[in-house]
Write a new protein. Structure first.
Length: 358
């Protein structure tokens, strides 16, 4: 059920409707928009009695939502969600494209610093890197754990990059929530519903990767799990799905970008690294992802990919990432989108002695 308020409804009227919904034992999710505020109702088992709400001052209409997801839907919030970060000009989902880059896993302080310096200089706003790695084999590198998170926090201070890293369970999610700017939920956990609900109670925005065989609806429902717990800052990420094709690791499904944008107000970025699994395909598909209208990219970069502890085959060399950024800026311009300059990202976040400002 969705309560649509009149364009001229006052804040008091909106909060009175929310209070009424809560008094009926449901949860109210107020979604202010440019034209009007809509209030989503969750926690109801059956249909909510619309009558009382319809009669309240400021209410335009009460709509039954037939889709299985509601808060992530454009019916609830017609305007795009733009995620903001404290003390930073960086956004996700606005006019600026968001570029996330870094190694698959944090392997050491030196490794992280070498790569962070290069991706920051090339123009990334976010540094990625797993401290907890969900690996197919239990004998593969599993990540440095909290030590990896501490290294990432150092990267943030030193280079003025925002930090994004994966949480794989409750315990790591608590820690990632403390250290990172964005909590990543990986493809393998896209339908780990208890973890999604826990992420919905976290303070930080969540990057939700598409499951390896998830339909569009399953993907949006996973986001709905997070949102239904009160965390409205969610970024979707297309990272390829498993198909019969074996010339790539996964099949990057770029058509999901406009499909998501039609149905949902949430931003969506693309991961061409896991989406292809092959270094030589990362740049072409990054270009395509921006052209198709994605809100940004998440790309694996490593200075010594042959010795990377995970995903070296799909990691760009820093020079290749430099070249990619030059191309992406040009494609962005065609679409009327922009990419923040390095200077505007770091000012206000790091001391002026930062090497990046030199
Ligand atoms: C990753 O981003 O390093 C990762 C493990 O991605 P995915 O969950 O998409 O496989
Ligand atoms: Mn990886």
């Amino acid at each position: 059920m969705l309560v649509v308020m009149q364009a001229q409804a006052t804040e008091d009227q909106v909060s009175a409707v929310c209070k009424k919904i809560e008094s009926l034992g449901y949860r109210a999710h107020s979604m202010p928009g440019a034209q009007r505020t809509a209030i989503g109702i969750t926690g109801n088992k059956g249909e909510v009695e619309a009558g009382t709400l319809e009669e309240m001052p400021g209410v335009q209409e009460v709509i039954r939502v037939s889709k299985p997801y509601k808060l992530v839907s454009r019916d609830t919030k017609p305007d795009n969600t733009v995620i903001k970060f404290p003390n930073s000009p960086v956004t996700i989902g606005g006019k600026d494209l968001t570029i996330v880059a870094g190694p698959c896993g944090i392997e050491s302080r030196d490794q992280a610093f070498i790569i962070a310096e290069r991706v920051a200089r090339a123009g990334a706003q976010f540094f990625r890197g797993g401290a907890y790695k969900p690996r197919t084999s239990p004998y593969s590198f599993q990540g440095l754990g909290e030590e990896g998170l501490k290294i990432m926090a150092e990267v943030r201070d030193r280079f003025g990059l925002l930090i994004i890293t994966e949480a794989v369970d409750y315990e790591s999610l608590d820690l990632v929530d403390q250290y990172a700017d964005v909590i990543q939920i990986g493809a393998r956990n896209m339908q780990n519903f208890s973890l999604l609900k826990r992420a919905g109670r976290a303070r930080k925005p969540v990057l939700l990767k598409r499951g390896i065989a998830a339909t569009l609806e399953e993907f949006l429902m996973a986001a709905e799990y997070i949102m239904s717990e009160g965390n409205y800052n969610i970024v979707l990420c297309e990272r390829g799905v498993r198909t019969f094709a074996d010339h790539t690791r996964n099949t990057l499904d770029l058509s999901i970008v406009p499909a998501v944008q039609r149905l949902s107000h949430l931003p969506i970025i693309v991961d061409p690294s896991h989406g292809t699994g092959k270094r030589n395909k990362v740049t072409p598909l990054s270009r395509a992802a921006i052209a198709v209208g994605a809100d940004g990219l998440i790309v694996e970069v490593h200075h010594d990919p042959d010795r990377a502890l995970s995903d070296g085959m799909q990691s760009l060399y820093p020079d290749q990432f430099d070249a990619l950024m030059v191309q992406v800026r040009q494609i962005a311009a065609v679409l009327g989108r922009t990419i923040l300059t390095r200077e505007s990202v770091v000012v206000g976040r790091v001391p002026h002695s930062s090497p990046l400002l030199a």
